[in-house]
Write a new protein. Structure first.
Length: 209
């Protein structure tokens, strides 16, 4: 064998080895990015939004300061919330509010509100229930009951004075009939003359079924 073919073979082998050693090592960050892009491309595309989406109908009234249960609704100051008096006083008692009768109360440091209702088919006068909500020896109407028509209901009402709490000596009482139930409402407040506005707020949003 001559030296020229031998040198040529060695050169070819050297070039092959050099080209292998100069081959770039793949960047792991690039490889990860490629894999992420491939994964994203393989994900199904989201369904197109409907051209005329159906939007929920807005609530026709604000729920702030509104109690709705037992097939009636009544307004109240938004910073207060009604609770089931029977259940709160005796959590183990099976008796509680129902459609037929119940008692609710709400209070804070400057107000006490109570509402009671009773199943009374055929009743047209709520005076019997107003007598029941007034505490004997503690609450006293300051005059005769006034009568007005609110939401097709004959509403009786009167300011009251009370000794139930020395901090809340004033208030008011009201009663009405709606459907087959009679309702009575009472409030204690620290100032005279505030009961009327609270009653108006309650009855403005009153509904019954």
């Amino acid at each position: 064998m001559t030296k020229k073919p031998l040198l040529a073979g060695l050169l070819i082998g050297f070039l092959l080895l050099t080209s292998c050693s100069l081959k770039a090592t793949p960047d792991p960050n690039v490889q990860i990015q490629i894999a992420v892009n491939a994964t994203l491309a393989a994900l199904p595309s989201p369904a197109p939004a409907p051209t005329n989406p159906i939007r929920p109908a807005p609530t026709p009234f604000s729920l702030d300061g509104l109690f709705c249960e037992y097939n009636f609704c009544i307004g109240h100051p938004p910073e207060m919330a009604f609770y089931d008096v029977v259940a709160k006083q005796n959590p183990d008692s099976p008796a509680s509010n129902t459609y037929e009768n119940g008692i609710l109360a709400a209070h804070n440091t400057s107000l006490f509100i109570q509402i009671i209702w009773q199943h009374a088919p055929g009743a047209t006068d709520p005076i019997f229930l107003m007598d029941l909500i007034l505490e004997d020896g503690l609450d006293a109407p300051t005059g005769t009951y006034g009568l007005r028509l609110i939401h097709d209901m004959n509403v009786l009402s009167s300011p009251i004075t009370t000794t139930a709490s020395p901090l809340l000596p004033f208030g008011g009482v009201a009663g009405w009939v709606c459907g087959d139930r009679a309702f009575a409402w009472k409030v204690y407040s620290p100032q005279d003359g505030t009961a009327e506005a609270l009653l108006q707020e309650a009855l403005a949003r009153f509904r019954c079924e």
